[in-house]
Design a protein around this ligand. Structure first.
Ligand SMILES: [Zn+2]
Length: 113
């Protein structure tokens, strides 16, 4: 499950930012090139977060599309599917930009009970 590896690096960032405080929710920007499956991400995060400050925290995923430019017809657009052919002409000569982000956008601390 490759989401687990992503979650481990997210968790490092979460723990740095939380500095020991409990975390209720994290918001993560993930590029479409990582091909993250949200339910798998939730599971992997729950597993990776066990015993950390983010144990039981919810994950909000924000998918960042890949910017696609077609070298054949000049079409340019955003895509969530990095392997797709050009939607305008069907060519496979696409130039991809971005989509490999993995950024911890924000954390929400748990209110101490
Ligand atoms: Zn094209």
């Amino acid at each position: 499950m490759h989401e687990y590896g992503l979650c481990e690096s997210i968790l490092e960032a979460v723990e740095r930012r939380a500095s020991g405080r409990r975390v209720a929710r994290v918001r993560v920007r993930v590029g479409a090139l990582h091909r993250v499956v949200p339910p798998a991400m939730d599971q992997a995060f729950a597993l990776a977060a066990e015993g950390t400050v983010a144990d039981g925290a919810a994950v909000d995923l924000v998918t960042v599309p890949v910017r696609v430019s077609c070298l054949a017809c000049g079409h340019a657009g955003d895509s969530d599917d990095p392997l797709s052919l050009c939607p305008a002409c069907g060519a496979a000569e696409l130039e991809l930009a971005g989509g490999d982000e993995l950024v911890l956008e924000s954390i929400q601390l748990a209110t101490s009970a």
